[in-house]
Design a protein around this ligand. Sequence first.
Ligand SMILES: CC(C)=CCC/C(C)=C/CC/C(C)=C/COP(=O)(O)O
Length: 291
Amino acid sequence: MPSPRRNADGRPLAASASSSSSPGSPAHGGGGRFEFQSLLSSRAPGADPTCARLRASDSPVHRRGSFPLAGAGPSQAAPAPLPEEDRMDLNPSFLGIALRSLLAIDLWLSKKLGVCAGESSSWGSMRPLMKLLEISGHGIPWLLGTLYCLARSDSWAGREVLMNLLFALLLDLLLVALIKGLVRRRRPAHNQMDMFVTLSVDKYSFPSGHATRAALVSRFILNHLVLAIPLRVLVVLWAFIVGFSRVMLGRHNVTDVAFGFFLGYTQYSIVDYCWLSPHNVPVLFVLWNQQ
Ligand SMILES: CC(C)=CCC/C(C)=C/CC/C(C)=C/COP(=O)(O)O
C-alpha cells in the first residue's frame, strides 16, 4: 500500500496538498492567509517568525515532485508533466516575495536599531531619555493637556482649534486601536512591556500609536499655530525623534513606525476636511458656551 506523502515535519499531507489552491501551499497559503499572516500577524511561541515561515523545505522548489528540473541528472528519465496547478505553485507572486523580503529586512533592521531595548543593551543608559520621549508622545498627556487648555480658553478661535485637536486625538486613538486589533502584529521579541498606561490593543505593534500621534499633532501645530522657524523645525524634529525612539526602545519594528507616520499625516487631512466649526456643528459650540 503506498504510504501517504509527508511534509517536512513528517506529518502526512492532505490529499490535495500538492495543489496551489490547497491549504498550506505557499503560493496560495494555509486557508488562503499564509502570505498575509506571515507578514502581519502572530507567531508561534518560541518560533522565529522569519525563519519559521521561510523554511526552504516549505518552498515549492524543495517539495518533492514539484520541480521537474531540480536534481534531475542526465541519467534520470524525464518526469511526467505536472498538473497545471502545480506549475503555478512554482511561480510565487512577485508581491509575495517582495513583501517577505521587506519583512525580513524590517525584522533585521529593527533588531539592530533596538539599542535601548533593555538596561543591558548597547545604549541602555539612554533608556530613561527614550522613555521621556515616550511620555511626550503618549495619548494621556495630550488628551489631558488639550482638555485643560479648552477649559481655560477664552476665545472662540482658540476653542475651535482645541476642539478639533481633541477630535483629532480621539480619531487617532480609535483608528490605531482598530488597525492594531485587525492586524495583530506582536511587538518585537526584544521589547520589555513596561509602558506607561496602555490599552489592551497596545500589546500589538502595528501601527505605532506614538508615531501616528507625533505626525498628526506636529502637522496640526504647524498648520494652526504661528511659530518662528526654529520652533517649527523643533516640532518636526520632535515627531521624528519620537518615532525613531520607538524602534530604539524595541517597542516597534521600523515598518510600524513608518506606517504610523503615514497614518498620522493622513489623519490630519481627514481632520482638516471635517473641520468642526460653529458653522457646521453649532451644537457643540453652543453647548460649550452654556457651561
Ligand atoms: C480616552 C482614552 C481611551 C484614553 C486612552 C489613552 C491611552 C491609554 C492611550 C494609549 C497610548 C499608547 C500607550 C499607545 C501605544 O503606542 P505605541 O507607539 O506603542 O503603539
